[in-house]
Design a protein around this ligand. Structure first.
Ligand code: DDH
Length: 285
């Protein structure tokens, strides 16, 4: 405690596990939110913090947590993510030694693992930075676009076709909100459990334009309750992307394995780590 007060506290794996456990506990306690979990929106926060990375200029990425500041927090792509940041505030208060940048990615890891996803090895080392490090608007993908845009955005971060498809499986989780992105509905029937259903549904369902006043999106013909964005549909229009969609639709273990690797890479983009060593958190129960 004294060391903490003096600001020389060096957290160990067991300390980060306590942060993980607190997030897991709050996820259970706040099951009134959305489809019953803050998990999906926590994953989206970690992704949007990380996905601003530009490999060429080495700017953006999860190091900095610059989404705390209005220019970046107000970017259209980040609409609604205050829900995730507010959810994590009590955690930051209880563990004031952790940076927001480390906390947001750790929360993404906790959310994925608690929603029955794979273990995501994680390491600390991100530092919060000031408003001058905010990234320009437009670094995150635009859902109304297609494969050319997907490659431009994700190649900029350093991801190839296989990694783009593996990352997109995160859309097994959560939903679109008309008051956030303008789009509407979930991608799968179990939006609080990570499965390869996103790929299965892409391959097996019939998708048609949704008839409505909102932005162009697709709905499943049989139940009209699920959705796909134009960027999601691009993954089965493009031959190269589609080969990986087919693979992950058939093989959940391959998806879980590749998802773990690619999310680990995403959450580490642009971070000047002092350690090579990663930790793996114990999942609750
Ligand atoms: Fe996504 N995503 N995402 N996404 N995403 C939305 C929701 C969620 C795109 C657009 C949207 C990834 C890739 C893409 C999650 C995780 C990830 C919404 C709806 C839009 C729009 C937001 C709202 O209305 O609340 C586009 C475009 C892409 C792309 O081009 C590839 C990736 C890589 C991830 C990831 O985590 C690795 C999650 C989770 C959600 C659900 C959020 C929620 O609140 O529920």
């Amino acid at each position: 405690e004294q060391a903490k007060a003096a600001g020389v506290f060096t957290p160990k794996q067991e300390d980060y596990q306590k942060v993980y456990d607190k997030i897991a506990q709050l996820l259970v306690e706040h099951d009134e939110y959305d489809d019953g979990s803050y998990g999906p929106v926590l994953v989206r926060l970690a992704w949007h913090a990380s996905g601003t990375y530009d490999a060429e200029t080495k700017t953006g990425g999860s190091n900095g947590a610059t989404m705390r500041f209005p220019p970046e927090g107000d970017h259209g792509a980040n609409a609604g993510l205050h829900a995730a940041r507010d959810f994590l505030d009590p955690v930051q208060k209880e563990f004031p030694w952790i940076t927001y940048s480390d906390l947001w990615t750790l929360a993404g890891v906790a959310a994925i693992q608690e929603m029955q996803g794979p273990k995501i090895p994680w390491r600390p080392g991100r530092n919060d930075r000031d408003v001058s490090y905010c990234t320009p608007d437009g670094r995150l993908p635009d859902a109304s676009k297609e494969q050319k845009h997907l490659r431009a955005i994700f190649n900029r971060m350093g991801f190839n076709d296989q990694e783009i498809v593996a990352l997109s499986g995160a859309h097994a989780l959560g939903r679109c909100h008309t008051d956030r992105s303008g789009f509407s509905g979930p991608w799968t029937f179990s939006p609080t459990v990570l499965t390869n259903d996103y790929y299965k549904l892409l391959m097996e369902e019939k998708w048609a334009y949704k008839k409505w006043d909102g932005p162009k999106q697709f709905e499943d013909v049989s139940t009209k309750t699920l959705m796909m964005l134009p960027t999601d549909m691009a993954l089965i229009k493009d031959k190269s992307f589609k080969s990986y969609v087919e693979k992950y639709a058939k093989d959940n273990d391959a998806f879980m394995h590749d998802f773990s690797n690619v999310v680990m890479k995403l959450f580490e983009l642009g971070v000047p780590f002092q350690t090579e060593e990663r930790m793996t958190f114990k999942t609750s129960e």
